[in-house]
Design a protein around this ligand. Structure first.
Ligand code: HEC
Length: 162
């Protein structure tokens, strides 16, 4: 019963998870992300593929006022506004996930090329041959620069959020 409730909760009420639960994001959790709170970014940060050109960052739920970390169930998405439409996500999965690097965060690439958002890959690092043009720098390594902000880089997402 608890497992069933947890499964239902994972799809329906990510924000209300018990503190020790892991949030394993599914394709459907990305549905409608275009209507989430979002911020356009045009400044070039670092000059890498993932950080140049117009892009938009989306957040499913703001952390509670005063929070110094993003809660389990937080979904952050960044789409590149270029022909590639490449879209990356970081999801606060919690538990011991990615414990050696961006603690609790799962990295993903998602796509809407088939109509609905779908997960292309997921994990504590991109798989070999993921096609991510990252100049050899991993998600963990670059986002480590934002370690003091729970590994989240964007200036508009500095904790505590208002
Ligand atoms: C070259 C450094 C670099 C690498 C490598 C990198 N990122 Fe980022 N990422 C950034 C910066 C800087 C931002 C802040 C927004 C911006 O300027 O584009 C960001 C923002 C994000 C965001 C929006 C939330 C936030 O942290 O602000 C997501 C989601 C994201 N990156 C996912 C990924 C994923 C997934 C990977 C690996 C496939 C990755 N990033 C690799 C530098 C990097």
């Amino acid at each position: 019963m608890r497992a069933l409730l947890l499964t239902l909760c994972l799809t329906a009420c990510a924000a209300d998870l018990p503190a020790d639960a892991e949030f394993v994001v599914q394709d459907s959790d990305f549905t409608g992300l275009e209507a989430w709170q979002s911020w356009p970014i045009t400044a070039t940060a670092l000059g890498a593929f993932h950080t140049t050109g117009p892009r938009i960052v989306y957040l499913n739920h703001k952390p509670p006022p005063g929070a110094r970390t993003f809660p389990v169930g937080t979904i952050l998405v960044k789409t590149l506004q270029n022909a590639s439409g490449d879209t990356f996500a970081m999801v606060k999965r919690g538990g011991n996930f990615n414990a050696e690097w961006a603690i609790g965060w799962e990295w993903l690439e998602i796509t809407k090329k088939t109509g609905a958002w779908q997960i292309v890959w997921r994990g504590n690092t991109p798989p070999d041959g993921a096609g991510y043009t990252d100049d050899g720098v991993s998600c963990n390594l670059c986002h480590a620069m934002a370690r003091s902000n729970d590994w989240v880089q964007s200036k508009v997402l500095q904790l505590p959020m208002p």
